[in-house]
Ligand binder design. Structure first.
Ligand code: BG6
Length: 312
Protein backbone atom coordinates (compact mmCIF):
# COMPACT_ATOMS: atom_id res chain seq x y z
CA UNK A 1 0.00 0.00 0.00
CA UNK A 2 1.37 3.44 -0.87
CA UNK A 3 1.97 6.01 1.88
CA UNK A 4 -0.62 8.83 1.72
CA UNK A 5 0.80 12.26 0.87
CA UNK A 6 0.65 15.17 3.32
CA UNK A 7 -2.08 16.68 1.14
CA UNK A 8 -4.16 13.46 1.34
CA UNK A 9 -3.78 13.44 5.12
CA UNK A 10 -4.78 17.12 5.43
CA UNK A 11 -7.80 16.61 3.16
CA UNK A 12 -8.98 13.59 5.10
CA UNK A 13 -8.51 15.25 8.51
CA UNK A 14 -9.56 18.84 7.79
CA UNK A 15 -11.08 19.03 4.28
CA UNK A 16 -14.75 20.09 4.02
CA UNK A 17 -16.57 18.90 0.95
CA UNK A 18 -16.89 21.73 -1.62
CA UNK A 19 -15.72 24.28 0.98
CA UNK A 20 -12.16 23.57 2.04
CA UNK A 21 -9.57 21.69 0.04
CA UNK A 22 -5.80 21.28 0.41
CA UNK A 23 -3.43 21.06 -2.53
CA UNK A 24 0.16 21.83 -3.47
CA UNK A 25 0.55 25.47 -4.54
CA UNK A 26 3.47 27.38 -6.04
CA UNK A 27 6.86 25.96 -5.07
CA UNK A 28 5.09 22.69 -4.07
CA UNK A 29 4.09 24.33 -0.78
CA UNK A 30 0.75 23.25 0.73
CA UNK A 31 -2.19 25.65 0.44
CA UNK A 32 -5.84 25.54 1.48
CA UNK A 33 -8.57 26.79 -0.88
CA UNK A 34 -11.60 28.01 1.02
CA UNK A 35 -14.96 28.63 -0.69
CA UNK A 36 -18.19 30.03 0.74
CA UNK A 37 -21.37 31.45 -0.80
CA UNK A 38 -19.79 34.91 -0.52
CA UNK A 39 -16.09 34.60 -1.36
CA UNK A 40 -13.05 32.43 -2.00
CA UNK A 41 -9.72 32.59 -0.20
CA UNK A 42 -6.34 30.88 -0.40
CA UNK A 43 -4.21 30.29 2.69
CA UNK A 44 -0.63 29.03 2.50
CA UNK A 45 0.17 26.61 5.32
CA UNK A 46 3.80 27.58 4.83
CA UNK A 47 4.19 30.94 6.67
CA UNK A 48 0.52 30.93 7.81
CA UNK A 49 0.01 33.34 4.98
CA UNK A 50 -3.28 34.42 3.37
CA UNK A 51 -2.64 34.82 -0.37
CA UNK A 52 -6.04 35.73 -1.75
CA UNK A 53 -9.54 36.87 -0.74
CA UNK A 54 -12.00 37.38 -3.58
CA UNK A 55 -15.63 38.28 -2.87
CA UNK A 56 -17.73 36.62 -5.60
CA UNK A 57 -18.00 38.87 -8.66
CA UNK A 58 -15.20 41.13 -7.51
CA UNK A 59 -11.43 41.59 -7.70
CA UNK A 60 -9.04 40.16 -5.15
CA UNK A 61 -8.73 42.43 -2.12
CA UNK A 62 -5.18 41.18 -1.63
CA UNK A 63 -2.15 41.70 -3.85
CA UNK A 64 0.74 39.29 -4.45
CA UNK A 65 3.81 40.20 -6.51
CA UNK A 66 4.44 38.52 -9.88
CA UNK A 67 8.02 38.18 -8.63
CA UNK A 68 7.10 36.53 -5.31
CA UNK A 69 9.31 33.63 -4.29
CA UNK A 70 7.64 30.50 -2.91
CA UNK A 71 10.42 28.65 -1.20
CA UNK A 72 10.88 27.24 2.27
CA UNK A 73 12.92 29.70 4.35
CA UNK A 74 11.93 32.74 2.23
CA UNK A 75 9.18 35.31 2.82
CA UNK A 76 6.35 35.57 0.28
CA UNK A 77 5.94 39.11 -1.15
CA UNK A 78 2.27 40.05 -0.88
CA UNK A 79 -0.89 38.70 0.76
CA UNK A 80 -0.80 38.80 4.56
CA UNK A 81 2.61 37.88 5.99
CA UNK A 82 2.55 37.26 9.74
CA UNK A 83 5.22 39.49 11.27
CA UNK A 84 6.27 38.07 14.63
CA UNK A 85 8.04 38.31 17.17
CA UNK A 86 9.71 41.50 16.01
CA UNK A 87 8.51 44.11 13.53
CA UNK A 88 11.16 45.62 11.21
CA UNK A 89 14.84 45.11 11.91
CA UNK A 90 15.69 43.09 15.04
CA UNK A 91 15.97 45.65 17.89
CA UNK A 92 19.52 44.70 18.89
CA UNK A 93 20.97 42.28 16.32
CA UNK A 94 21.10 43.46 12.70
CA UNK A 95 22.24 40.02 11.51
CA UNK A 96 18.75 38.63 12.23
CA UNK A 97 16.14 38.71 9.44
CA UNK A 98 13.74 41.62 9.31
CA UNK A 99 10.15 41.15 10.55
CA UNK A 100 10.85 38.06 12.69
CA UNK A 101 10.61 34.42 11.69
CA UNK A 102 6.90 33.44 11.64
CA UNK A 103 6.67 34.26 7.91
CA UNK A 104 9.47 31.81 7.13
CA UNK A 105 8.21 28.77 9.07
CA UNK A 106 5.98 25.84 8.13
CA UNK A 107 2.84 26.06 10.28
CA UNK A 108 0.64 23.11 11.27
CA UNK A 109 -3.08 22.70 10.68
CA UNK A 110 -5.10 22.53 13.92
CA UNK A 111 -8.81 22.76 13.04
CA UNK A 112 -11.38 23.54 10.35
CA UNK A 113 -15.02 24.57 10.76
CA UNK A 114 -18.04 25.24 8.56
CA UNK A 115 -20.32 27.28 10.80
CA UNK A 116 -24.12 27.67 10.73
CA UNK A 117 -23.91 30.91 8.76
CA UNK A 118 -21.86 29.20 6.03
CA UNK A 119 -18.49 30.73 6.95
CA UNK A 120 -15.42 28.51 6.70
CA UNK A 121 -12.55 28.80 9.19
CA UNK A 122 -9.14 27.23 9.28
CA UNK A 123 -6.80 27.43 12.27
CA UNK A 124 -3.04 27.01 12.00
CA UNK A 125 -0.45 26.81 14.73
CA UNK A 126 3.25 27.49 15.23
CA UNK A 127 5.37 26.68 18.29
CA UNK A 128 9.08 26.91 19.04
CA UNK A 129 11.49 24.59 17.26
CA UNK A 130 15.24 24.34 16.78
CA UNK A 131 15.37 27.09 14.16
CA UNK A 132 13.19 29.56 16.13
CA UNK A 133 15.24 28.84 19.28
CA UNK A 134 18.40 29.72 17.35
CA UNK A 135 17.14 33.31 16.87
CA UNK A 136 14.66 33.77 19.77
CA UNK A 137 15.08 31.84 22.99
CA UNK A 138 11.43 31.59 24.13
CA UNK A 139 8.76 28.91 24.04
CA UNK A 140 5.58 30.24 22.44
CA UNK A 141 2.28 29.13 21.02
CA UNK A 142 0.91 31.05 18.01
CA UNK A 143 -2.50 30.41 16.52
CA UNK A 144 -3.72 31.95 13.29
CA UNK A 145 -7.43 31.60 12.48
CA UNK A 146 -8.71 32.63 9.08
CA UNK A 147 -12.46 32.91 8.55
CA UNK A 148 -13.99 33.44 5.11
CA UNK A 149 -17.46 34.88 4.56
CA UNK A 150 -18.60 38.25 3.28
CA UNK A 151 -15.75 39.52 5.49
CA UNK A 152 -12.25 38.06 5.80
CA UNK A 153 -11.25 37.71 9.45
CA UNK A 154 -7.67 36.95 10.43
CA UNK A 155 -6.92 36.45 14.09
CA UNK A 156 -3.44 36.01 15.54
CA UNK A 157 -3.32 34.63 19.07
CA UNK A 158 0.00 34.73 20.94
CA UNK A 159 0.43 32.65 24.10
CA UNK A 160 3.51 32.71 26.27
CA UNK A 161 4.21 29.01 26.93
CA UNK A 162 7.62 29.82 28.44
CA UNK A 163 8.27 30.08 32.18
CA UNK A 164 9.54 33.67 31.95
CA UNK A 165 7.82 36.81 30.55
CA UNK A 166 8.56 37.77 26.96
CA UNK A 167 8.17 40.92 24.86
CA UNK A 168 7.31 41.04 21.16
CA UNK A 169 6.01 43.22 18.35
CA UNK A 170 3.83 41.94 15.51
CA UNK A 171 1.87 42.76 12.38
CA UNK A 172 -0.60 41.31 9.92
CA UNK A 173 1.32 42.95 7.08
CA UNK A 174 -1.53 43.17 4.59
CA UNK A 175 -0.85 44.04 0.93
CA UNK A 176 -4.04 45.41 -0.70
CA UNK A 177 -4.81 45.21 -4.39
CA UNK A 178 -5.55 48.67 -5.81
CA UNK A 179 -6.19 49.98 -9.32
CA UNK A 180 -3.38 52.56 -9.18
CA UNK A 181 -1.55 54.24 -6.30
CA UNK A 182 -2.59 57.69 -7.61
CA UNK A 183 -6.25 56.65 -7.38
CA UNK A 184 -6.06 55.85 -3.69
CA UNK A 185 -6.57 57.80 -0.48
CA UNK A 186 -6.68 56.33 3.01
CA UNK A 187 -8.97 57.77 5.64
CA UNK A 188 -9.06 56.92 9.34
CA UNK A 189 -5.62 58.20 10.33
CA UNK A 190 -6.37 61.97 10.25
CA UNK A 191 -4.74 63.68 13.23
CA UNK A 192 -2.83 60.54 14.27
CA UNK A 193 0.84 60.75 15.16
CA UNK A 194 3.27 58.56 13.25
CA UNK A 195 6.90 57.46 13.42
CA UNK A 196 8.45 58.08 10.03
CA UNK A 197 10.72 55.23 8.95
CA UNK A 198 12.11 57.56 6.27
CA UNK A 199 13.13 60.11 8.92
CA UNK A 200 14.88 57.94 11.57
CA UNK A 201 11.51 57.08 13.16
CA UNK A 202 10.99 60.67 14.29
CA UNK A 203 7.44 61.61 15.25
CA UNK A 204 5.17 63.54 12.88
CA UNK A 205 1.48 64.39 12.76
CA UNK A 206 -0.91 63.33 10.00
CA UNK A 207 -3.10 66.08 8.61
CA UNK A 208 -5.94 65.02 6.33
CA UNK A 209 -6.12 61.75 4.41
CA UNK A 210 -3.03 59.71 3.49
CA UNK A 211 -2.14 60.21 -0.20
CA UNK A 212 0.80 58.82 -2.16
CA UNK A 213 3.21 60.88 -4.26
CA UNK A 214 6.45 59.34 -3.02
CA UNK A 215 7.69 56.51 -0.77
CA UNK A 216 5.63 56.23 2.40
CA UNK A 217 6.78 54.12 5.38
CA UNK A 218 5.06 55.10 8.62
CA UNK A 219 4.05 53.55 11.91
CA UNK A 220 0.90 55.35 13.07
CA UNK A 221 0.87 55.10 16.85
CA UNK A 222 -1.87 54.88 19.48
CA UNK A 223 -4.54 54.24 16.88
CA UNK A 224 -7.30 51.65 17.01
CA UNK A 225 -9.27 53.34 14.21
CA UNK A 226 -10.58 51.48 11.17
CA UNK A 227 -9.07 52.59 7.84
CA UNK A 228 -10.87 53.03 4.54
CA UNK A 229 -8.85 52.56 1.35
CA UNK A 230 -10.85 54.56 -1.20
CA UNK A 231 -10.05 53.28 -4.70
CA UNK A 232 -11.82 55.18 -7.43
CA UNK A 233 -10.39 52.92 -10.20
CA UNK A 234 -11.74 49.69 -8.74
CA UNK A 235 -14.89 51.59 -7.71
CA UNK A 236 -14.70 50.34 -4.19
CA UNK A 237 -13.68 51.09 -0.63
CA UNK A 238 -11.67 48.46 1.20
CA UNK A 239 -12.68 48.62 4.85
CA UNK A 240 -9.97 47.54 7.30
CA UNK A 241 -11.05 47.06 10.91
CA UNK A 242 -9.06 45.71 13.81
CA UNK A 243 -8.90 44.90 17.50
CA UNK A 244 -6.01 44.15 19.85
CA UNK A 245 -3.79 46.44 17.77
CA UNK A 246 -2.64 49.95 18.65
CA UNK A 247 -0.46 50.69 15.61
CA UNK A 248 -1.21 50.88 11.90
CA UNK A 249 1.67 50.76 9.42
CA UNK A 250 1.24 52.33 5.99
CA UNK A 251 3.81 51.43 3.35
CA UNK A 252 4.36 51.94 -0.34
CA UNK A 253 7.97 51.50 -1.56
CA UNK A 254 7.61 53.82 -4.59
CA UNK A 255 10.09 53.68 -7.47
CA UNK A 256 13.62 53.29 -6.10
CA UNK A 257 12.87 50.86 -3.28
CA UNK A 258 10.76 48.78 -5.69
CA UNK A 259 13.83 48.57 -7.96
CA UNK A 260 16.01 47.46 -5.04
CA UNK A 261 13.73 44.55 -4.05
CA UNK A 262 14.43 41.39 -6.05
CA UNK A 263 10.99 39.88 -5.37
CA UNK A 264 9.04 42.99 -6.36
CA UNK A 265 8.46 44.20 -9.95
CA UNK A 266 9.77 47.68 -10.80
CA UNK A 267 6.32 49.13 -11.51
CA UNK A 268 4.34 47.04 -9.03
CA UNK A 269 4.36 49.85 -6.44
CA UNK A 270 1.50 51.27 -8.52
CA UNK A 271 -0.75 48.28 -7.80
CA UNK A 272 -0.45 47.81 -4.05
CA UNK A 273 -0.56 49.52 -0.71
CA UNK A 274 0.14 48.02 2.71
CA UNK A 275 -2.07 48.94 5.64
CA UNK A 276 -0.79 46.79 8.46
CA UNK A 277 -2.62 45.85 11.64
CA UNK A 278 0.21 46.00 14.13
CA UNK A 279 1.66 46.43 17.56
CA UNK A 280 4.95 48.02 16.54
CA UNK A 281 7.12 51.08 17.16
CA UNK A 282 6.33 52.21 20.70
CA UNK A 283 3.72 49.46 21.14
CA UNK A 284 5.73 46.59 22.62
CA UNK A 285 3.65 43.71 23.94
CA UNK A 286 4.66 41.86 27.10
CA UNK A 287 3.16 38.53 28.14
CA UNK A 288 3.59 36.74 31.45
CA UNK A 289 3.93 32.93 31.38
CA UNK A 290 0.55 31.44 30.38
CA UNK A 291 -0.83 34.77 29.18
CA UNK A 292 -2.44 35.23 25.74
CA UNK A 293 -2.94 38.31 23.52
CA UNK A 294 -5.19 38.40 20.47
CA UNK A 295 -4.88 40.70 17.45
CA UNK A 296 -7.67 40.62 14.85
CA UNK A 297 -8.01 42.07 11.37
CA UNK A 298 -11.29 42.14 9.44
CA UNK A 299 -11.50 43.21 5.81
CA UNK A 300 -14.36 43.69 3.41
CA UNK A 301 -15.21 45.87 0.43
CA UNK A 302 -17.99 48.34 -0.24
CA UNK A 303 -18.63 48.65 -3.96
CA UNK A 304 -19.49 51.98 -5.61
CA UNK A 305 -20.41 51.11 -9.22
CA UNK A 306 -21.29 54.74 -10.06
CA UNK A 307 -17.88 56.23 -9.19
CA UNK A 308 -16.09 58.01 -12.07
CA UNK A 309 -12.40 57.21 -12.52
CA UNK A 310 -10.06 60.20 -12.78
CA UNK A 311 -7.16 60.46 -15.22
CA UNK A 312 -3.75 59.84 -13.68
C1 BG6 B 1 7.12 47.44 6.10
C2 BG6 B 1 8.24 48.27 6.64
O1 BG6 B 1 6.31 47.01 7.16
O2 BG6 B 1 7.65 46.29 5.45
C3 BG6 B 1 9.16 48.67 5.50
O3 BG6 B 1 7.70 49.40 7.31
C4 BG6 B 1 9.66 47.43 4.78
O4 BG6 B 1 10.25 49.42 6.00
C5 BG6 B 1 8.46 46.60 4.34
O5 BG6 B 1 10.42 47.83 3.65
C6 BG6 B 1 8.86 45.30 3.64
O6 BG6 B 1 9.73 44.57 4.43
P1 BG6 B 1 10.36 43.22 3.90
O7 BG6 B 1 11.25 42.72 5.01
O8 BG6 B 1 9.21 42.28 3.62
O9 BG6 B 1 11.11 43.56 2.65
Amino acid sequence: MSVPSIIDVLNSQFGINGRLHFELGEGELPIARMTTDEATAVLSIYAGHVLSFVPHGSEDLLWVSQEAVYQSGKAIRGGIPVIWPWFGPHPTDSTKSSHGFARRQMWSVKASILDESGQVSLTLGLTENESTKAVWSHDFDLELSVTVGHVLTVQLKTTNSDDVPFAYTAALHTYYNISHISNVVISGLENSAYLDNLDSLSQHQQTGFVRFEEEVDRIYIDTTAPCHIEDIGHKRTIVVEKSGSRSTVVWNPWIEKAQRMSDFGDSEYQEMVCVETANAGNEIMTLEPGETAVMTLTVHENRHPDLQEEEH
